[in-house]
Design a protein around this ligand. Structure first.
Ligand code: MD3
Ligand code: FE
Length: 214
């Protein structure tokens, strides 16, 4: 309990819950490779601001790679094996994506992780992601691995109910968050990204979330 939220340097980790932790700087040595992979995916499956079932246009621009991709429109949220924008299958995981996800999951206590989807989120300054739970995946305890790249941001880490108090967690370029098990269904979100430019990513924050959907 006393080590929850304890500060740690690069190569260290912050425990957010029993089965949720930040691996500080874990992706830093692979960040350039990951950004190159993101550019490859975006070239074939362009980023889009999706519409929610309620008719709102999401601020975050999204695309996917892997066998399945998360998507949304007036009919609902779902995973699809094709990009609704083009009708083509999502691009495969670029070089380095799968090993980063499996290495991070193993480091956080989830050996043998085999994600089948990777959602790519792009945030311009001012963009936020409101408090939500990811519940469109079949397995409610399989971990999600999140990789932050580019501009820094502050995450909100909540509880199992929307009204539970939230903790603010700063995340920087190269930080990786892994959360599964009992912590998988917690509410979370991202505060508006502050203005800035990043040497490798320009005026954007990118986030990869690897998921095991099926
Ligand atoms: C809560 N993405 O795509 S990753 C999503 O940064 C999504 O783009 C967010 O939620 C993003 O569904 C956040 C999930 C996450 C990662 C780290 C956290 C939630 C967190 C750290 C602390 C609290
Ligand atoms: Fe989420």
């Amino acid at each position: 309990m006393s080590d929850l939220f304890a500060p740690a340097g690069p190569g260290g980790r912050t425990l957010l819950g029993r089965q949720a932790q930040v691996l500080l700087g874990f992706a830093l040595p692979r960040a350039d490779c990951l950004l190159a992979g993101i550019a490859q995916v975006i070239a074939r499956a362009p980023l889009r601001q999706l519409t929610t079932p309620g008719g709102h246009v999401m601020q975050v621009a999204m695309t996917n790679c892997g066998l399945l991709g998360w998507t949304s429109d007036r009919r609902g949220y779902r995973y699809a094996d094709r990009d609704p924008g083009s009708g083509r299958p999502w691009p495969a995981f670029p070089e380095g994506f799968l090993t980063l996800a499996t290495d991070a999951a193993a480091e956080a206590g989830f050996p043998g992780y085999r994600p089948d989807a990777c959602l790519i989120n792009r945030y311009a300054p001012g963009t936020r992601l409101s408090l939500h739970v990811d519940r469109d995946e079949d397995d409610p305890v399989a971990p999600i691995v999140s990789v932050s790249l580019g501009l820094p941001a502050t995450f909100l880490w909540g509880g199992l109910a929307r009204s539970d108090r939230t903790v603010r967690v700063p995340l920087a370029h190269g930080d990786v968050v892994v959360w599964g098990g009992a912590d998988r269904m917690r509410f979370h979100g991202v505060l508006p990204v502050p203005p800035g430019t990043h040497p490798q990513a320009g005026a954007f924050r990118y986030n990869l979330t690897f998921r095991k959907v099926r």
